[in-house]
Design a protein around this ligand. Sequence first.
Ligand SMILES: NC(=O)c1ccc[n+]([C@@H]2O[C@H](COP(=O)([O-])OP(=O)(O)OC[C@H]3O[C@@H](n4cnc5c(N)ncnc54)[C@H](O)[C@@H]3O)[C@@H](O)[C@H]2O)c1
Length: 373
Amino acid sequence: MERLAGRLGVAVIGAGKIGRHRARLSAAHAGVDHLAIADVNASAAETLAAEVGADTWTTKVDEVVASSDVDVIIVSTPERAHTEPLLAALATGKPTLVEKPLTLTLEDADMVLAEAAERGVDLRVGYSMRYAQRYAVARDQIVNHRSIGDVIGGTARCYDTLAIGEAILARSPTATPVKDILTYFVDLIGWCCPDARPVEAVARSGGSILRSKGHDVDDVTFALVAYDDGTVFNLATSYSLPSGYPISGMAARFEVLGTSGVLLIDEDHGDQVLYSDAGYSNAYVDQQWNLAYLGSRTSGEWAGGTMFGRVADETRAWLDHHTMGGPLHITTAAEARTTLAVTLAIDEAAATGRPVEICAGRSQHGERSTPDD
Ligand SMILES: NC(=O)c1ccc[n+]([C@@H]2O[C@H](COP(=O)([O-])OP(=O)(O)OC[C@H]3O[C@@H](n4cnc5c(N)ncnc54)[C@H](O)[C@@H]3O)[C@@H](O)[C@H]2O)c1
């Protein structure tokens, strides 16, 4: 592609499952006129670059992010490998989008936040559920329309199958269900209750399925998180639904109780059923099913060359924002840091059996993704 003034050059770091979505969406975006792919695995980078018609591919992350053809950077590496490419991206001062969770430790998160602040980078974290219609509308009703009054508390529950859980743990062994999937709901609660600061977590966890397969992770975790305004949320998660259960992402419930209303979201996906004698395959892992709950893939789906769903809408919103100044409510780095602190506190409370104070540090009060609300 020839570079045009006012157009955008994008680098996608990490040519895996989500990086592939981001790269395909970038290649199709009208404002993007340069696309570079980087991956530590040369063949992954080269294959994706060929598939999407990228201008260049490389294994050298430092070089590609510094290139004058690149204006914005997407970091789609595994959870355990966000920090290093992220620091390289931030050093360039270019707007950056990183996959959730921000990092897996508060030390790394603080290093990343300090670098972003020093370089003045608009760093966003891809908690894509904010771009699912059902959650965005719920949040709008809660915060902007005050439809349920003051939030008192609620519950969030999300399950993955064992097959998906093992795929996550294979790429990032410390990405527990709390840090990797429940984190979406901790982010949503922070977004829906922007003035409530998380202060304490209590939790219990157990089970032996994942441990019997060599993972140092419990199967189920049940937690309560208290906020400084008296709000209480009940949170539950697991990677241990049977592998053949017909979801290719999360099965979830989200419920918020207020002083004058309630919001109940059922995302168990039983509303869209496919039964196929020929077999169906579109899972996060390589599986063939007869029965499938379509629409359960967390990132969204491609159909007829178009991507539908949350990652598509999130990526387009981010690219629109950087080409045309469109609205953006992707999680800020400060919000993601608070979410990480909550999930780490839940895992620690479950491991120790004791209440854990939450070190939210820089909270979402400082830097909000939706300042106009
Ligand atoms: N928003 C969503 O809906 C959603 C859904 C699933 C996963 N995710 C997140 O996306 C991220 C990536 O998940 P995935 O399923 O695409 O993983 P993946 O394993 O499929 O792909 C990761 C790629 O990154 C490459 N890589 C590893 N370390 C690297 C480094 N230091 N520099 C450059 N490349 C590197 C790997 O070689 C691999 O090709 C995770 O943080 C995950 O939590 C988001």
